[in-house]
Design a protein around this ligand. Sequence first.
Ligand code: ADP
Ligand code: MG
Length: 217
Amino acid sequence: MINIKNLTKIYDKGKTRALNNISLSIEDGEFVSIMGSFGSGKSTLLNMVGGLDTPDEGTIEVMGNDLSKINLSKYRRNTIGFVFQLHNLIPNLTSMENIQIPLFSEKLKSSEMKERAMVLLNAVGLDGFCDKHPNKLSGGQMQRIAIARALVNNPKIILADEPTGQLDSENSEIIMDLLEKRHIELDTTLIVITHDIEIAKKAQRIIKITDGCIEEN
Ligand SMILES: Nc1ncnc2c1ncn2[C@@H]1O[C@H](COP(=O)(O)OP(=O)(O)O)[C@@H](O)[C@H]1O
Ligand SMILES: [Mg+2]
C-alpha cells in the first residue's frame, strides 16, 4: 500500500535533517501508530505520505504510484483523509459546511453534498449540531467534525497527527473509536501519531522515530 524507500528530508539549508534515510512499508488496511519525542520527524513523515510536503531524497509509493510523479492535490483529495491536532475548522462555516469543504472541488449537486455530510455527522454522533458554528462546540465535538470532514471523501488512507493531543481521555476515546471503526469497517489504512502509549497500543504495529530514524519496526 505505502512503500517508503530511503526517505530524507532536510530543512534550514542542511542544518536540520528531519528524516534520515527512512525505509518503511505499510500494508493495505493496516493500522499503525507512530511514536517519538518532540521534533523527531513524525509530522514530517506523515506530511510527505499525505502529499503535503516533498522529499529531498528517496521515494514514496502509494498503491503503486510514485508520489513525485502524480498530481498531489488530486491525490490528497481522492486518497487521503487528514486529521490534525488542532481541528482547523473554518469559524464562519457551520458544522455541515465545514464537513463539505473537501467536496467543493467535485462536481456534486448541493443536495448530494449535504446528504454525504449528514451521513458523516450521524457517524460522529453530532447530527443535532449541523447548523452550529465551531465556537458553539466543545473541543471534542470540534475534533469529531474535523474527522467527519476528513472522511467525507471516503479516503483509502487516514493520516492523523496527534488527533487527541488536545483532548481529555473521554474525548480521546471517542475520537479513537471513530477512527478505528472506519479502519475496521471499510478496511481503511490508518496511521496515527500519538504520545499516548494506550492509544498507540490499539494499533497493529508501533513505529518509533528517534532523530529522524526508525528505531523499532
Ligand atoms: N517547515 C520547517 N522548516 C524548518 N524546520 C522544520 C520544518 N518542519 C519541521 N522542521 C524541523 O524538523 C524536525 C522534525 O520536525 P517534526 O516532523 O515537526 O517533528 P515531530 O512531529 O516529531 O515533533 C524538527 O527539528 C523541526 O524543527
Ligand atoms: Mg508533530
